[in-house]
Every structure is written in structure tokens, then in C-alpha cells.
Design a protein around this ligand. Structure first.
Ligand code: SAH
Ligand code: SF4
Length: 348
């Protein structure tokens, strides 16, 4: 049987060529492209300014690999978690987090994750496959609807902090950002987007080469190789020295400060000595530090640091003039917080 191509994998140029083959004028390609991205149509029937015959021709040639809303969970704090079904039946998750004047979408980049960080619920899942750019885009569109519903405002920010390691799905993630930020897509400013990585040196260097305009967050969580090796396997092949020079390079090429994400684990990385080690890394590359409250995960020995230890840690950093913020956990009642995305409610 003929395997039809996903129409959203075509660039505008490629779409133009395909339509020429179908005997259609050039401007049609732009019309369709607009439907695909700006108007986020998910079927050819919606493309009402195309003739019925053309719509039929398109249906014969192409498919839509969409992510469709399947499960909606709303937290008491306004956070919305979506379970989304892909065309192949697999499920992914995304979250909309309202916070004062911001509405942030947290999107997945893979089904599962191939890296098994010891503290992360997603890390317990196998990596099944990479998401296509269109599937990432769909998450943004669907979460945007919930943003509008919640506060009458569209999304203000997007973070690639859902399931998966974005830099191990490099080209699709880059393509999704290209469309999200393009006038033909959602026209969102790139500085409103943050890609979070567990620390893939090659990927960081590649983004630097490309001179990307969005923000980069590094999931640091431990400030010595010895400790980081214990909780993140990826550190064995991408140790801190290599990571820091890749980040320096990223800053050189893009001018964007890096965010260091640092989950505080009780009696693991929350002592003054740990803070000093963290400051040592902070001095190597222009950065902010984001202290993250751990969402305890069943079966994980590491636990969230007590609030007095957290406050002492943060105050110590502040006393050394470090730029530091604290990220509180959100959507806990629905397991929507970071590291809790593990398709718990999956139905088949
Ligand atoms: N794979 C990428 C992006 C997805 S994880 C990365 O690791 O950066 C998004 C963030 O959530 C990372 O900083 C990750 O370390 C953090 N995280 C994972 N499990 C968590 C948990 N249980 N509580 C709080 N943050 C968690
Ligand atoms: Fe994967 Fe990120 Fe979770 Fe590590 S923290 S297992 S890289 S999703």
C-alpha cells in the first residue's frame, strides 16, 4: 500500500513543487501552508477556500500526523495537563502553567526518554520515538486554547521541559521552533522560548553554530562530576568541563545567558559546600540559577530538601551576589509538575 506523506513535513518550497505536480498554481501552496500552520487546520475539509476537487486530491496524497487532545486534567492552581494521542496511538503529555501575567506551555519532545536520570519519572519510560515538528507544534496550539480559556490571553512562554531530551531530537525541535517563531506560524518571539537539556555537549555546540535566538537551560542538579555521575548517566560521557566550555561557546555565539536548573535534594546537594561548587560553575559562564523544588517520585530515594535547608542555600547564594530564583512546584495534585510526566492515566 502507498504510504502517504505527512503534509506538515514539507517546507513551503517542497509544498509548492508538490502542488505544481498536481497542476496547481504557486499561490495555492502559500494558501495551504497558511492553513497548516497559522490557522492550524487539522484536516483538508477545513480548508474552505480550496475547491472540493483539490481537497480530495490532497487527501489522496497526504496525511496529517497530529497530536490530538485526549485527556484533560485541571489543577486547583489553574495548571492544565493534557494527555495527547498521536496518530500511531502513542500518548504524550504537555502542561499549561498560569503564573501571574505569564501563561507557559511545557511541551514534550520525545515519547519517553532514552536517558534514565535517577530522579525523573519520564526516565523510567523507554524512549519510543522522536516527535515530529508538527506534533510539537500541535501541543503548543492545544495548550494555547487552554491558556485563552483560562485567562483570555494566549501563551506568553514555551518551555521544552516535558517528556524527552530535546537535543536528542535536534532537527525536529529546531524545526518546531522555526515554525512557532515564524510569521507563517505563531509569530512568537524566540526569547520567549526555552529549551532545557540534560547536557548534550554536541547539541549545545550545534545550537551555538546555528546562532539560535531562544534560551537554553541546563539541568545541572549537581556541581561536581562525582555527584552528577550518580544521578545523571549522561554526565559520564558529557562531563562538566566539556559542558562548561560548550556553554561558554553558546554564550559567545548567541549572547544569551544560560539558566542553570538545580533541584535541591535533601542532604544530597544542599550543603554550603555544594553551594560553593555551584558558584564555581556559575563564575565560568554568564548564567542565572533556578533552584527547583523536587516533586517526589514514587520509588526514588532522593527527596525534596526541607524548606529551612532550601532557604539557607538560597540565602547563601544571594549573599554572594548570585542571580538566583526559586521555582515552586505547580499542578502537584494532577502530577503535572516537571518530572512527573509519565503517562500515568494512559488508557488504550
Ligand atoms: N530532558 C530535558 C528536558 C525535560 S526534563 C532535561 O532533562 O533538561 C525538565 C526538567 O525537569 C529538568 O530540569 C529535569 O531535571 C527536571 N525534573 C525531572 N524530574 C523532576 C522532578 N521529579 N521534580 C522536579 N524537577 C524534575
Ligand atoms: Fe530524560 Fe530529562 Fe527526565 Fe533526564 S530529566 S530522564 S533527560 S526527561
Amino acid at each position: 500500500m502507498k504510504q502517504n506523506k505527512d503534509i506538515r513535513q514539507l517546507s513551503l518550497e517542497a509544498l509548492t513543487t508538490e502542488l505544481e505536480k498536481l497542476g496547481e498554481p504557486k499561490f495555492r501552496a502559500r494558501q495551504i501552508y497558511e492553513w497548516l500552520w497559522q490557522k492550524s487546520a487539522r484536516s483538508f475539509e477545513e480548508m474552505t477556500n480550496l475547491s472540493k476537487t483539490l481537497r480530495q486530491k490532497l487527501r489522496d496524497e497526504f496525511v496529517f500526523n497530529t497530536a490530538a487532545e485526549s485527556i484533560v486534567q485541571k489543577s486547583k492552581d489553574g495548571t492544565v495537563k493534557l494527555g495527547m494521542r498521536l496518530q500511531d496511538g502513542r500518548m504524550i503529555e504537555g502542561v499549561m502553567i498560569p503564573d501571574r501575567d505569564r501563561n507557559t506551555a511545557c511541551v514534550s519532545s520525545q515519547v519517553g526518554c532514552s536517558l534514565a536520570c535517577t530522579f525523573c519519572a519520564t526516565g523510567f519510560l523507554e524512549r519510543e520515538r522522536n516527535l515530529e515538528a508538527g506534533e510539537i507544534y500541535d501541543q503548543v496550539v492545544l495548550l494555547n486554547k487552554h491558556s485563552l480559556e483560562h485567562s483570555g490571553k494566549p501563551l506568553t512562554n514555551i518551555v521544552y521541559m516535558g517528556m524527552g531530551e530535546p537535543l536528542l531530537n535536534f532537527s525536529n525541535v529546531m524545526e518546531s521552533i522555526r515554525i512557532i517563531t515564524s510569521p507563517e506560524g505563531l509569530n512568537m518571539a524566540p526569547w520567549r522560548i526555552t529549551v532545557s537539556t540534560s547536557g548534550i555537549v554536541k547539541g549545545i555546540r550545534r545550537m551555538a553554530e546555528e546562532g539560535v535566538k531562544f534560551n537554553l537551560a541546563l539541568s545541572l542538579h549537581a556541581a561536581t562530576d562525582e555527584k552528577r555521575d550518580k544521578i545523571m548517566d549522561i554526565n559520564l560521557s558529557n562531563p562538566l568541563d566539556d559542558l562548561m566550555s560548550a556553554l561558554q561557546y553558546f554564550y559567545e555565539k548567541t549572547g544569551n545567558k544560560i539558566t542553570f536548573e538545580y533541584i535541591l535534594f535533601d542532604h544530597f546537594n544542599d550543603t554550603p559546600q555544594d553551594a560553593d561548587n555551584l558558584i564555581g560553575l556559575y563564575r565560568k559562564v554568564p548564567a542565572f540559577i533556578n533552584i527547583i523544588e523536587y516533586n517526589n517520585v514514587e520509588g526514588v530515594k532522593l527527596k525534596r530538601a526541607k524548606s529551612d535547608r532550601r532557604d539557607a542555600f538560597v540565602n547563601y547564594l544571594r549573599s554572594k551576589n548570585i542571580e538566583v530564583g526559586v521555582r515552586r512546584s505547580r499542578g502537584k495534585d494532577i502530577d503535572a509538575a516537571c518530572g512527573q510526566l509519565a503517562n500515568k492515566n494512559e488508557t488504550t
